[in-house]
Structures are given as structure tokens and as C-alpha cells.
Design a protein around this ligand. Structure first.
Ligand SMILES: [Fe+2]
Length: 309
């Protein structure tokens, strides 16, 4: 699945969870998106998009295994799609991490309870996000050319083996082979249905949330015209990524090490996790509480073991 195209020996391989997880606990898939790869990455690292793109007008009707945002969040009585739709203005905090960026989306549920969802940029072209209470996935956006790319995803479950046959059937139903082109795409207006938008989904583009993400980044044009964009507070992760990208281009040109690219075995060992949790914590001390939650998830996992987050 991975190839090294540079000069000399390939750099040592990082120890991210998606590579460490045994095959039975994983599921991998890919898809074609008809736009520049950077748009795909920036859609994924933006934690505020979920409040809009993936929301339902009424109840989330999905109850099938493997549907993102359809699990009830532990410690609440709400599905994640509902929870993030009810609070569409999370506080977003971004910090540098060994792998790139760690992005916190914080939603104050009550006076004493906070929802913490962690998104990671794995620089330069991947992200790792939580998927329900015990799963996460890493998704790379790999250019074909400037105007097309493939995303490659490895889903991994900390607690249970994945139902690969079911997940594969769900995904194959949405694409045409051999190029993994989504059936809903720019040629058919992503299957937009105005009646569905009125009654069921925010986008009017079906229940598969991959299509919502695809529409968001394809519809801005194959290469987004960034001369007319106005980034705001909700774009903090995107802004931080742009700064990191510019710093890294400078570093590359000067021959300096790049973030997220291990230069030796020790720096490869430092690239673990990354922690991707979706959890409810006390409002006070949430910084500590999410780490405890992550530690417990690993401690209870048949394969992840403990790791200092
Ligand atoms: Fe999304």
C-alpha cells in the first residue's frame, strides 16, 4: 500500500495505531474525489463542518453498524449527529503535535459537562478522527494530479473485530469500479434532492456522510480559488495547516527536517497514536479527563496496550 519515491533509503515507518492494529480489527477502503488533495485534507481537519454537513433535519434515522456519527455518545442520550447539530459553534483549539496538529472541538453541554472531540492532522496529507466510542480512522488524501485525488482510509476498532463483509458491502454500494468513483458526483449534482433536504438531511444528498464531505470539497472547484476566501474563527484548523504548510515548504527548501517525517528510529517511535477521542468530560479538568479516557480505551483493548498520550 505504501511506496517510497524519494532518493536513498526510505525513512523509518511510524508506529501509528492504524499500522499497529491487527488486520481483524481494521477495515480499509478508498475513493476518488475530483478536486485538489489539499481540499480533501482541510475538509477532514475542520471540526466545525460536522455540525452542518452531517446533521439531520429531525431524527437521525440510521441504526446500521459502521455509520459514522450514528452512535449514541457515552455519557449522553444523544447520537453524535444530534449532539454536534445542537451545538454548532464549538470552541476550537489547535496545538502542534509530533504528527502535525492536534485539534480540539469543545462543546459545553451543560454547566458542568463538556464534549471533547479530537481531530488530528497527520502532516501533510492525512487526518485521524474518532469514529464512535471505540473506533478511529486514518485517511490519506493522495494526489493523482492537481485536480483529482484518491482518499485511502484505514478504520480501526480498539474494542472489537470489524465486520469487514458488511462494511465492504456498504461502501461498494456507493461507488463504481474499477476506479472507485462515487455514484453521486459532480455530473449528477451529487444526487441532490430538495424534498430530502426539507425533510431529512441538511445537504439533501443521502445518508452516506462521505458524499456530504465529497460535495463540500468538490463543489468549491477542482482547485479552490483561495484569493477570494475569508477564513474565520471556525477555520482555525485550516489556518494552522496553512501556516504549517508554508513553514514546511521553507524547511524543505532549506534542507531542514519536516514535521511528521521521521529522520531516525527514535523519531519514528515518537509517532504513535495519535489520540483521537470523542468523549464527555467534566467541564473543569477536561484536558486531563480526555487523556484518562484515551488511556482507559487502550488499557481495555486487546491490541492497543497502554501508551503515554
Ligand atoms: Fe465529514
Amino acid at each position: 500500500m505504501f511506496a517510497y519515491l524519494g532518493e536513498g533509503d526510505p525513512p523509518p515507518f511510524p508506529g501509528y495505531d492504524c499500522f499497529v492494529a491487527p488486520d481483524a480489527y481494521t477495515f480499509a477502503f478508498k475513493g476518488l474525489w475530483e478536486c485538489n488533495w489539499l481540499q480533501g485534507v482541510e475538509g477532514g481537519i475542520d471540526p466545525s463542518h460536522v455540525s452542518f454537513l452531517h446533521r439531520f433535519v429531525g431524527e437521525d434515522p440510521r441504526s446500521v453498524y459502521g455509520q459514522q456519527f450514528s452512535e449514541v455518545v457515552e455519557g449522553t442520550d444523544k447520537k453524535l449527529s444530534q449532539l454536534v447539530a445542537d451545538d454548532h459553534r464549538p470552541d476550537i483549539e489547535v496545538e502542534d503535535a509530533e504528527h502535525g496538529l492536534r485539534v480540539y472541538a469543545l462543546r459545553q453541554l451543560t454547566g458542568t459537562v463538556r464534549h471533547v472531540r479530537i481531530t488530528n492532522l497527520v502532516f501533510p496529507n492525512a487526518f485521524v478522527v474518532p469514529f464512535g466510542n471505540s473506533k478511529a480512522f486514518c485517511q490519506w488524501h493522495v494526489p493523482i494530479d492537481d485536480e483529482n485525488h484518491y482518499w485511502y482510509m484505514i478504520l480501526y476498532d480498539f474494542a472489537a473485530e470489524t465486520d469487514k463483509d458488511l462494511l465492504l458491502a456498504q461502501r461498494l454500494a456507493e461507488v463504481s469500479l474499477p476506479d472507485y468513483r462515487p455514484l453521486r458526483n459532480r455530473r449528477n449534482d451529487w444526487g441532490f434532492d430538495a424534498a430530502e433536504q426539507r425533510d431529512l438531511t441538511y445537504t439533501g444528498m443521502g445518508l452516506d456522510i462521505n458524499v456530504h464531505d465529497q460535495w463540500a470539497v468538490e463543489s468549491m472547484g477542482r482547485i479552490q480559488d483561495r484569493t477570494v476566501e475569508r477564513l474565520g474563527v471556525s477555520d482555525r484548523a485550516v489556518t494552522a495547516n496553512r501556516r504549517l504548510l508554508l513553514r514546511s515548504i521553507e524547511a524543505f527548501e532549506a534542507g531542514r527536517p519536516l514535521p511528521g517525517r521521521p529522520v531516525d528510529a527514535a523519531s519514528a517511535r515518537a509517532l504513535t497514536g495519535p489520540a483521537a477521542v470523542d468523549t464527555v468530560t467534566p467541564a473543569d479538568g477536561w484536558e486531563r479527563a480526555w487523556r484518562d479516557r484515551e488511556r482507559d480505551l487502550r488499557a481495555g483493548s486487546p491490541w492497543a496496550g497502554t501508551r503515554d498520550a
